[in-house]
Ligand binder design. Structure first.
Ligand code: 13P
Length: 251
């Protein structure tokens, strides 16, 4: 039997009370009560966690956050801890998104610490890795993603089988330029091998692709043997497009 796919929307810093309600209503109306072959999550801005938790209640849509603190509690203005996220029913949290690495200077070590805090609180970290265009052109793609993932494996030991990994080439994010299915598969296969060296459960770890995934290209990407789902930015804000991606993952 094919492994269940995971389609996660990343709303980034988009939304409003009214827009979120309309989007969730449209998603709920378009989804079956019980999904087959596919799990669905939406990563929403922190102020909307409570709203989306209640809008998604009783539906197959799971709640995700976009970031988590590497600390447990205390004087860390602006941050939210993994246990706080857990209180709102958060099932997944993105860690190490390239926008966090780029605009907030998050290092591989910080990302690994965040993954550790999420795991300890029972929230599944979605560890994002990916190379920039300059790195790809310099032939450094595999080296970069392996280094980013190695930090998380090193910090989390046997818990590593509980993570999700998202390969998001930075040059494909929000650019309309997606990695070809072959390019994505090539990187996913390398990540799978790296995980297999750390755990016997590597086949169970969902490896998502992200970067301009849309209703048109999703099916081909998801057909690759090591692509277990998608992390969807722009297209997750449009109910019809997101539903089509979910449908492509549910076959
Ligand atoms: P886009 O789908 O808008 O390219 O964003 C991808 C992404 O960064 C998801 O985390």
């Amino acid at each position: 039997m094919a492994k269940q796919k995971l389609i996660a929307g990343n709303w980034k810093m988009n939304g409003s009370l009214a827009a979120n309600e309309a989007l969730l209503q449209a998603l709920r109306a378009g989804l079956p009560q019980q999904l087959s072959g596919c799990a669905v999550a939406v990563a929403v801005p922190a102020p909307y966690l409570a709203q989306v938790q209640s809008l998604a209640a009783g539906s197959p849509i799971q709640l995700a956050a976009q970031d988590v603190s590497q600390h447990d509690a205390g004087a860390y203005t602006g941050e939210a801890s993994a246990s706080m996220l857990r209180e709102f029913g958060v099932r997944y949290v993105l860690v190490g998104h390239s926008e966090r690495r780029q605009y907030h200077g998050e290092s591989d070590v910080t990302v690994a610490a965040k993954a550790q805090k999420a795991l300890a609180a029972g929230v599944t970290p979605v560890v994002c890795v990916g190379e920039t265009l300059a790195e790809r052109e310099a032939g450094l793609t595999m080296e970069v993603v392996r280094r980013q993932l190695a930090a998380v494996i090193h910090a989390n030991g046997h818990c590593i089988s509980e993570i999700v990994v998202a390969y998001e080439p930075v040059w494909a994010i929000g650019t309309g330029r997606t990695a070809s299915p072959e390019q994505a598969q090539e990187v996913h296969a390398v990540l799978r091998l790296q995980l297999a060296a750390a755990t016997q459960q590597a086949d169970r770890i969902p490896l998502l692709y992200g970067g301009s995934m849309n209703a048109t290209n999703a099916a081909q990407l998801l057909a690759q043997p090591d692509i277990d789902g998608g992390l969807v930015g722009g297209a997750s804000l449009k109910a019809a497009d997101f539903l089509q991606i979910i449908a492509a993952a549910s076959v």
